[in-house]
Design a binder for this molecule. Structure first.
Ligand SMILES: [Zn+2]
Length: 112
């Protein structure tokens, strides 16, 4: 069994659920700019991302990602970080019980 979920909560989603008072990107707000923090802004549009070395190193991905999002392609990947099923391979469960965990820790402890 494989479970994936969109665990990103940009402020526009939080705002729609009345969990924050406004949808504005905090990083932009500190620079005196007001942009709604959507998933696209958070991952691909925020100018403050350009101060992060990993983002600078992946500059070639930004234009393609924005084009795909606007065309309605790969949104689950580009905005939620979820791989399309055809891109992922689910390995069978190991037969060796040494590699099986019954709790949240690899050694089987429950953490309680
Ligand atoms: Zn921003």
């Amino acid at each position: 069994m494989v479970v994936t979920c969109g665990a990103c909560w940009p402020r526009d989603r939080l705002y729609l659920q009345s969990l924050v008072d406004d949808p504005w990107c905090r990083r932009c707000l500190k620079k005196g700019k007001r942009f709604e923090e959507t998933a696209e802004h958070m991952h691909w549009g925020c100018e403050e991302n350009r101060t992060l070395p990993a983002v600078v190193a992946s500059k070639g991905l930004e234009d393609r990602a924005k084009r795909n999002i606007r065309a309605g392609h790969s949104q689950v990947l580009r905005l939620r970080g979820i791989l399309p099923s055809e891109w992922s391979k689910v390995m069978p469960a190991p037969a060796d019980p040494e590699h099986t965990a019954a709790g949240p820790f690899a050694d089987g402890r429950s953490g309680s």
